[in-house]
Ligand binder design. Structure first.
Ligand SMILES: Nc1ncnc2c1ncn2[C@@H]1O[C@H](COP(=O)(O)OP(=O)(O)OP(=O)(O)O)[C@@H](O)[C@H]1O
Ligand SMILES: [Mg+2]
Length: 235
């Protein structure tokens, strides 16, 4: 019998606002399963990045319940928080690269945190950097890279640990079409290997081409679009 896929993310009636009290997300209830793929869409300012921040536990729901990996995150300790974050790969919209580390060290950092040997982490970081076309940038620092190169470093760093959840916020915003397609195939491969992938994008072409679940944030609410319903997983 096929193993039943587990929800890695559950939002139960979640509302979220920043300090100004203006509601950004309202009454969101959602199940996201392992090995599923979702596009997150919505106009600029709709709340895509805010939802990603919630899923990364960078901010807390203002009300409602958020469960990650089966645990209600409202009561978790700092230790658990870091443990959970190690299982989540994130590509931030503004990249969040560490400017004092080389490209290679930025990408290898999650493996260092996970306790991998220098040899292994450098080998893996080089491999993924080669793959995203940055094989000649190992020893450069982020400040000397173009926007698209920084984006690829951020993506390499996010996928290097093969996380259980991958949150990619506008991951193809700064690259040309060829690279964008290559990155999409990387995300696709991750999803096939079991990762729950969530890609926030304005790039309609991907959403229309790949026919995955589309979750659209509209007026603070989620509208489930094409593909299969997230409660039943997606292909
Ligand atoms: N740190 C913050 N403090 C207060 N308000 C914020 C903060 N970050 C975002 N907002 C507000 O929350 C709303 C949602 O913003 P968010 O960045 O989540 O949108 P988005 O869908 O990611 O937009 P984009 O497509 O432009 O990236 C916007 O009205 C924005 O002004
Ligand atoms: Mg955003």
């Amino acid at each position: 019998m096929q193993k039943k896929e587990e929800p890695v993310v559950v939002l139960d009636n979640v509302m979220f606002h920043y300090e100004d009290g203006v509601p950004v997300l309202r009454n969101i209830s959602l199940f996201l399963y392992e090995k599923s793929f979702h596009f997150l869409t919505g106009v600029s300012g709709a709340g895509k990045t805010s939802l990603m921040r919630l899923l990364y536990m960078g901010v807390k729901p203002s009300s409602g319940k958020l469960k990650i990996f089966g645990r209600d995150v409202s009561g978790i300790s700092m230790e658990e928080l870091w443990e959970f974050r190690r299982r989540i790969g994130v590509v931030f919209q503004d990249f969040n690269l560490l400017s004092h580390l080389t490209v290679l060290d930025n990408v290898a950092l999650p493996l260092k945190v996970a306790g991998e040997s220098i040899k292994r982490r450098e080998h893996q970081a080089k491999e993924i950097l080669d793959w995203v076309g940055l094989g000649n940038c190992f020893n450069l620092y982020p400040d000397s890279l173009s926007g698209g190169q920084k984006q690829r470093v951020a993506i390499a760093r996010a996928v290097i640990t093969r996380p259980d959840i991958l949150l990619a916020d506008e991951p193809t915003g700064n690259v040309d079409e060829n690279i964008a397609n290559k990155l999409m195939s990387l995300f696709y491969g991750m999803h096939k290997m079991g990762t729950c992938v969530i890609v926030a994008t304005h790039y309609r072409q991907f959403v229309d081409t790949f026919h995955y679940n589309e979750l659209t944030i509209d007026n603070g609410c989620i509208i489930v679009g094409s593909g299969r319903h997230p409660e039943k997983g997606s292909t």
